[in-house]
Design a protein around this ligand. Structure first.
Ligand SMILES: [Zn+2]
Length: 228
């Protein structure tokens, strides 16, 4: 993956990443933000920041988050509006995990217009569900050095043992099929109308997320550069 900054290119708009958990969306969103020297915005990070600073939005969100509930749009949207107003967003920004619903997308579209931004570009990560399940459920981490393996795609020489230090490999609880399966289904249900919405507006660009990280990265850059 190239960490290069593109000093002579401007973003001038919002780039939105849509994709299932585990498809590499977060990594790509961060890399793109770095290349264009614009903020990488995640509502999760924003919420944690508001809570840490004890702002009024943070104080409203904190008990909801603590009980595992979904923070309502009334809080999330104010937080996003507040964040976009900051000067570091004046040259565009990258959204990772927002918007999640058509309502949020419509609201964001209005907000971007008000701020004089061009239409957003939506990068849509498309990947076969079976392949994605293998990628996630096959993941194993070395307890000693933290190296990541995959029992299907990057197996170790000795099963269950790290190639570097012989450390025991473990699966993160969240990577188990009984957790991942329902999460992917929930994602599909939630995202299908959002993807359809952006496709109707001609803003949606599909990327084959089964490709290598570098290949996905160059596709993403091509989409953003050719955006009109
Ligand atoms: Zn190891």
């Amino acid at each position: 993956m190239s960490p290069d900054v593109l000093p002579h290119e401007k973003l001038d708009r919002a780039v939105i990443f849509l994709g299932p958990p585990g498809a590499g969306k977060g990594t790509q969103a961060k890399e793109l933000a770095h290349k264009f020297s614009v903020p990488h915005l995640s509502t999760g990070d924003m919420l944690r920041e508001h809570v840490a600073h004890g702002t009024s939005l943070g104080q409203q969100a904190q008990p909801i988050m603590a009980s595992g509930g979904l923070v309502p749009d009334s809080i999330v949207l104010r937080m996003v509006a507040d964040r976009i107003d900051r000067p570091d967003c004046s040259r565009g920004f990258v959204f990772d995990g927002f918007p999640r619903t058509v309502t949020q997308a419509q609201w964001l579209g209005e907000l971007l217009k008000q701020h004089g931004f061009k239409q957003p570009v939506v990068v849509h990560f498309v990947i076969d569900k079976g392949l994605l399940l293998r990628r996630i459920t096959g993941r194993r981490m070395c307890k000693v050095g933290g190296e990541i393996y995959n029992i299907y795609e990057r197996p170790t020489r000795v099963p269950g043992r790290c190639d570097n230090d012989g450390g025991e490999l473990e699966q993160r609880p969240d990577d188990r099929e009984e957790i991942v399966g329902p999460r992917l289904e929930a994602y599909e249900k939630q995202t299908a109308p959002l993807a359809a919405y952006y496709r109707r507006l001609n803003r949606l660009h599909d990327v084959d997320a089964a490709l290598s990280v570098d290949e996905v990265s160059s596709k993403v850059l091509e989409i953003v550069r050719n955006a009109h």
